[in-house]
Design a protein around this ligand. Sequence first.
Ligand code: GAL
Length: 423
Amino acid sequence: MRPSFRAGLTAAVVLALASCTATPGLDPDDPDQVEVFTWWATGTEKVGLDALVDVFAAQHPDIRFVNATVAGGAGSNAKTVLAQRLVAGDPPDTFQAHAGAELTDYIEAGQLSDLGEFYAEHGLDAVFPASLIELLTVDGAIYSVPANIHRANVVWAGTEVLRAAGIDPAAPRLDLDAWIADLRRLRSAGVAVPLALGTEWTQLQLFETVLLADLGADGYSGLWTGETPWDHPGVAAAVEHYDELLDYVNSDFAGLDWDTATQLVVNGHAGYIVMGDWAEVAFAQAGWTYGDEYTTFPVPGTAGVFDFLADSFVLTADAPHEAAALKWLETISSVEGQQAFNLAKGSIPARTDVDASAYPAYQQTALASYAEDVIVSSLAHGAAADTAWVTAIQDAVSRFGTDRDIPVLLRSLQSAAAANLGG
Ligand code: GAL
């Protein structure tokens, strides 16, 4: 292909990409607006974003919030669109990114601006936990502002369905085998879906919690550093357990996002779901009372461990509205912003100086666990491993949902680790 023709084609592709992702209402030349990119597009997640936008409007009434959202839980669609925009040189001013390895991907690609001065100006080093700051920092520079802390290793249960099957909702389940015995009882009692499951990333999230149960916190954390080999017997045990769990899920799981899968518990079709604590809002919106109509417990085998993730917001390199984007980050980092957002989102504040007594019953359990328990990084939500590795594991786990071939899954996990740890 002649170079000039290739250049013309590339420009055309870039333009086409830019035009198909153009955000309504966005004017790159108007300094008093900020384009904020998230996947909190609908339902309970939009409620969380709306709460932030309300605080932003009160704190910065002169700046217009321009909403760039792409629906799909855990950023399943948003991350692809964002990558296209970043490559095309069409960055939003700020976007949602998980603290940890996922953030490092963007940092290494030079797509983010250092927020060191912003942190110093607002005294933020003193108000976020040191362990969280570490996940946002690379080579002494800090690249994003955390909005919340979510817990991933949570089982949510509808108590009426459990009681009808003779299961005491409050009884401790010490390990996965005890919990699988419960699933069997639900099935025998005629419950159609003992365990609700959804699309690929929800499968990955369930799988990570099973790895955590069978390897323990240190063993699980060692998977991401190379300290725990992927041919460890705990990994094989986890795959066996995961295979057993799949015997109890809804057959249409591949087509359901987290919110629809969670509704199976809310409407009484399912007994349990493993979901991050954004699910709290679905139970609260149903009018259910914690400890009465629904309850939660750590995935059996993971008590004493907080499987952590945090949403954070960045300033993109070459953000068209940099000054306005910094105002958005001010709202994210403020006590008022954190309080309004986390009360509406099911998460707990990243700031340590926010009034914790305001939080309802479920979030009190998360606050206590985050303060006392061992903290590990979530795989499905970008904290533990970079995007390439997450994608490789997610593809293997999702294929397993269809072929249930244990040796193939084990081999895929091992080769994904070899490719990503360079071993
Ligand atoms: C996570 C995100 C949460 C929630 C969830 C479901 O990755 O951190 O805030 O949005 O996905 O979409």
